[in-house]
Every structure is written in C-alpha cells, then in structure tokens.
Design a protein around this ligand. Structure first.
Ligand code: DI6
Ligand code: FE
Length: 404
C-alpha cells in the first residue's frame, strides 16, 4: 500500500524525450517511503483507489512539477553591499570596486566577524523565500571566509539549514573565490587551499563539490587547475565559475576534469560548447548576475543548445552580484535575457539543476525518484516562468511529506 496518492493532477514530469515538459494529463502520483511509486494517468489504475494509499489528495487539475532545484547559491553571508550598488549606479565597475578592496572582500570581512548563529539566522531568512517558491534542493557555496575556520563555519551553517527544515542542501567549497588579505601571493594561497583547507573541509565531511573563480579578478587557469587536480585526487567532483567577465578558457579546463558544471559563461567561446557536451558538463546560466551588473555580453545559448549541452538556471544568490532569492524570476530572466524556451528554463531549475549537482534521484517525476514535488495554482507549466513576482505555489512535498 502506498503512503500517499495525488489524484487528478496536470503533471509536468520534466522527463526527457516524449511530450513537452513530460506532461501527463489527469495523472496520479503514488508515493511510498518518500519515493515515487507510480506516475501515470489516473485511468490506467485498475485497482480501487481507496485501497491503494493511506492518504489520498485530489489536486483538482492543478499543475504538479518536480520540486525546484537551485544549483548555484552563496546563501551564507553577513554584511551589506548596497553601497556598492549605489557606487555602480554612479559609474564604478564591479572590477574597480573589487580592486579597491570592496566586493567579495567586504563580505569576507563581515562574514569572518559574524558568529554561527547570526549567519544561520540570516541564511535561514533567505532560505524561506526559496522554500516558499517550491525549492526542495539548494546548493550553497562557501567562499566568504577564505580561511579554514570561516570556510568551515559557512559550510557547517549550510548543512545545519538542512537539519532545521524540509530541504536538501548540497555544499560546495569555494576557497578559491578571492585572495585573502593576509596572503601576499595567489600561488601561496592556492597551496594553502590544496594542502590545508580542502583536506580540512573534506575531513569534516562538509564538501559535496569544489568550485573556483577563474577570472582576472579571481584566479588564473593555472591556479584553478591546481585546485581542480587537488579535488580530483580526493575524489571530490568539481564545478567552476567560468567566463563571467572575460574569456579565460576556464570552462574548457573544467571540462577536462569532467566538471559537474561550469557557471556564468557570458564570455564562453561558441567553439568551447563541444568540449562541455563531450564531458557531460552542465552549463549553469545565472541571469540575475547578468542583470544586476548590467552586463551586455550574453552566454552563447544557441551554441550550447546546438552542441547538446544541458543547461541549468540558478539564482547565484549572493550579496554583490545577484542579491536575489527567487528561482522563478531567474527562470523568467533566462528566457527574456538569454533566449531559453520556457521548457528549457523549467528544465533548468529541475532536471538539469539536479544534473549540475550530480544528483540522480531528483529533478524529474519518475518511478524510483524522491517524491520532491511542487503543486501550483496553475494549469500550464509555462505559467511558472511567464510571470514576474507572482508565487503560485500551493504546496511543497519533500520526500513524500507535505511541508507545513
Ligand atoms: N561570481 C559571482 O557572481 C559571485 N562570485 C563569483 O565568483 C559574486 C560574489 C560577490 O560579489 O560577493
Ligand atoms: Fe556565483
């Protein structure tokens, strides 16, 4: 007997191939032990519905999708960067502010100061916005500590969010985000990351993936490669912030390390798309940062699509370049700014978001996957990405449980 049965749903399974959005009309979803035990037309169920499940919920024709997945956030930070927003409006660039000691370093200073409880409360407040919009899995990066103690603190806070609420958190170590002020040479800091910080975070069991910032204002491809190699030698999957502000060849480099994802990609050369496709590396698009920095260079979406690269969409939620907590809005922006189809955008925050995290048990509604679902006051999947600032969520189901 199933635990729960959802009846009369318009189900966008988001399974690949087949109908657009993997749509099934008049569908039922059966859940047992937190896992999907049945998905298909109600009419295909031969048994008496009442005998099938302990609890039956009539969804009355509403839309059900996989729970949303935000595969790129920097959710845990302290401090305020609104002054930089003001400065940029008066003509300063992001790179200029970073070089003058603002930017990431401003958040690092505030985050080092903050205790774990303060960081947790701030991150939890942000997290609630994501959950209210149907997010069931969220990735959280470190990178605002840049010393072992603070990086561990951030990752611990991120994991504690998972213990406290009905959500799955994947943690990514982003030690190679910026140069900490106490280091004189970037190479010495990279040594410290590879020899001390990364092993320490791994030892505490706090890393699901390793990331870096490959950029003129971040780290060179040679420096990043040492981090990727160190991660690989510890058996940890890698991701990379690549080609956000300039073309450094970071995406191709990460693909050589079979990266789960390369993220941003505004300056990716169209020719590099093939390398991502070959490696099975997901292209994560972050239109919130593009918007907030008022960039004009767009990622080569046509080339990515033509090469068969899977595209995910995420918020990049962070205080400096994308202070945004709405994954639906980033999906909308991926359509309007970058030219994704509505179906690609929705796949980007479900199926391909899971792939960008190396998760195979979520992101689509299929038998055997986790019962992480979102029920919407909508009839068509495109409604979710077509509106701005509306939140049609009716209920969030996490591991089969209807969340309060
Ligand atoms: N790229 C980004 O957009 C964020 N980090 C990165 O490497 C920005 C982080 C910040 O400005 O605080
Ligand atoms: Fe980022």
């Amino acid at each position: 007997m199933w635990d729960t049965l959802f009846l009369n749903a318009e189900v966008a399974t988001m399974a690949e191939g087949g109908a657009p959005y993997g749509l099934i009309h008049d569908a039922a979803i059966g859940v047992k032990d937190g896992v999907i035990a049945y998905v298909g037309p109600v009419g295909d169920i031969s048994a008496d519905i009442g005998d099938l499940a302990r609890e039956v919920h009539d969804v009355s024709g509403d839309l059900v999708t996989p729970g949303l997945i935000d595969c790129h956030t920097h959710l845990v930070w302290a401090g305020d960067r609104s002054g930089e927003f003001e400065a940029r409006l008066l003509g300063k660039t992001y790179a200029e502010i970073a070089k003058a000691g603002g930017g990431i370093m401003a958040t690092v200073a505030a985050t080092r100061e903050a205790d774990e409880e303060t960081l947790f409360d701030a991150a939890m407040t942000r997290l609630q916005d994501f959950l209210a919009e149907g997010v069931t899995t969220i990735e959280v990066k470190s990178g605002y500590g840049l010393d072992t103690e603070t990086e561990l603190k951030i990752l611990r806070v991120a994991r504690a969010l998972e213990d406290e609420d009905h959500v799955r958190v994947r943690t990514t170590f982003l030690g190679a985000h910026a140069m900490p002020p106490e280091f004189k040479s970037a190479d010495a800091y990279i040594d410290h990351i590879c020899n001390d910080m990364l092993p320490a975070t791994k030892e505490e069991g706090l890393v699901d993936a390793v990331d870096g910032f490959c950029e003129t204002i971040g780290f060179s491809p040679e420096q990043i490669e040492r981090v990727l190699a160190a991660a690989a030698s510890l058996g940890i999957p890698v991701k990379l912030h690549a080609e956000q502000l300039s073309d450094q060849g970071g995406a191709k480099l990460a693909a050589q390390y079979k990266a789960l994802s390369v993220d941003h990609l505004e300056y990716l050369a169209a020719d590099d798309a093939a390398a991502l496709a070959d490696a099975g590396t997901v292209a994560v698009l972050l239109p919130g940062a593009y918007y907030y920095l008022r960039e004009t260079q767009k990622p080569p979406v046509d080339a990515l699509r033509d090469a068969g690269v899977k595209m995910a969409v995420a918020t990049d939620c962070n205080p400096g370049t994308s202070p945004m907590t709405s994954l639906l809005l980033s999906a909308n922006m991926a359509c309007t700014f970058f030219g994704l189809t509505a179906e690609e955008a929705l796949a980007g925050i479900t199926r391909n978001g899971a792939k960008a995290l190396g998760l195979e048990d979520c992101g689509v509604i299929e038998i055997g996957k986790r019962a992480d679902l979102a029920i919407w006051d909508a009839k068509r999947p495109a409604e979710l990405v077509a509106s701005i600032g509306q939140n049609p969520l009716i209920a969030r189901i996490f591991g089969g449980a209807i969340c309060p």
